[in-house]
Design a protein around this ligand. Sequence first.
Ligand code: ARG
Length: 466
Amino acid sequence: MKKTKNNGKKLWGGRFGEKTARVVESFTESVSFDKRLWKYDIEGSIAHAKMLGRQGIIPKKDAALIVKGLSGIAADIEQGRFRFREELEDVHMNIESALTERIGPAGGRLHTARSRNDQVALDIRLYLRDEVKEISGLLEKLRDIFIDLAKKNFGVIMPGYTHLQRAQPVLLSHHLLAYKEMLERDLERLADGLKRINVLPLGSCALSGTSLPIDRQYVAELLGFGKVSANSIDAVSDRDFVIEFIAGAAILMMHLSRLSEEIVLWSTEEFGFIELPDAFATGSSIMPQKKNPDVAELSRGKTGRVYGNLMAMLTIMKGLPLSYNRDLQEDKPALFDTVDTVKAALEVLGAMLPNIKFKKERLLSTAGEGYSTATDMAEYLVKKGLPFRQAHEVTGRVVRHAIEKGTDLDGLSLEELKGFSPLFGTDIFDAIRVQSAVAAKTSYGGTSPGCVRAQLKGKSRSKRPS
Ligand code: ARG
């Protein structure tokens, strides 16, 4: 078998009389970042070669040689014995030219009935399909951590907030389980996007298909795709699935960022709701007493990068005429950075959260401050027959009176209260205890222990894509 050495010769060099300028090579290359697709590129090429051989488009023995050669290249790359060359532009041409070096002219048959346009679309879909599954696994883990924390801290009462002002007492578990809901929506979005990722573009070729008798269904089966793309022009120019993924990732990062913001706030002296594990905090180079929540801050900060990637992708696409344009090569830095950022944030927060200590006494004592059970006083009056608007008005006046007196609601006497409404009886004092206030919120989805237990048991609405 004759081996040919490729000394950086362009695979598309035939019609060119001049060498590519160095500055153009380094401006247009993508191998520095798309080499991370190598495994998928080879997987796709193996399926393609098998199909070409099976259809008699290339000799069966050449197809077998190609498959063997590609497996050898995969082993080389895996073991760090492969040199990716910038002058060969991208991962696709690096691997193809290594194949021909290895197996001789038969390697030149691989690119039959294929273009890099459908090839790169295939590679990203294969890559993203795997990453979505991995990210979904990390998301499920984080979701389960919230469920565990909610179980472990069941019964702990904390102040619930609106406008970042203490509003009403709630169960800490109820607050934690709000994140379970958010993460389950993220899982659903990923699983839904997967339906549109899992479509085979290969066989669309440059844009119009091919005159050769390919079998796309067979390739789809080999690669585990549920569908074959229906329009070759769309298939090579579509990056909706990338945008959808990054949009889902941006929402997911927004959730992690809100969580991070709460971790930052709650670990302050001012809130004092949690103690961060030492292993997940950092110190100051000048102030010896400092313990900073950098993990949460960086998760919040990195959210901006993912938003930026979403904006980049939308902007890259907005002016593109059909079908493939080289601009599309810019999808990969945005996509890869999003995948890396989301995975890193999910991993580090997942490692930190189980080790956060909740300061139960502080949570409970602040839960009762700030007239947080005033709504319960109003609802008490409603239960005694007063229209809610009047009950609100009466309670508002009671609160103002208490503020002027410098006392909490339970520091007022029954006589004082009766001065505001004859409907007040001795049972009001139980109604405005934080424990009673929490226990009374029995409406579906509310904060009473029974309702929160139901949320804990609530079956996850989404299933991890498999
Ligand atoms: N590196 C290219 C990309 O990422 C591969 C496809 C190139 N196709 C082409 N006709 N130049 O999109």
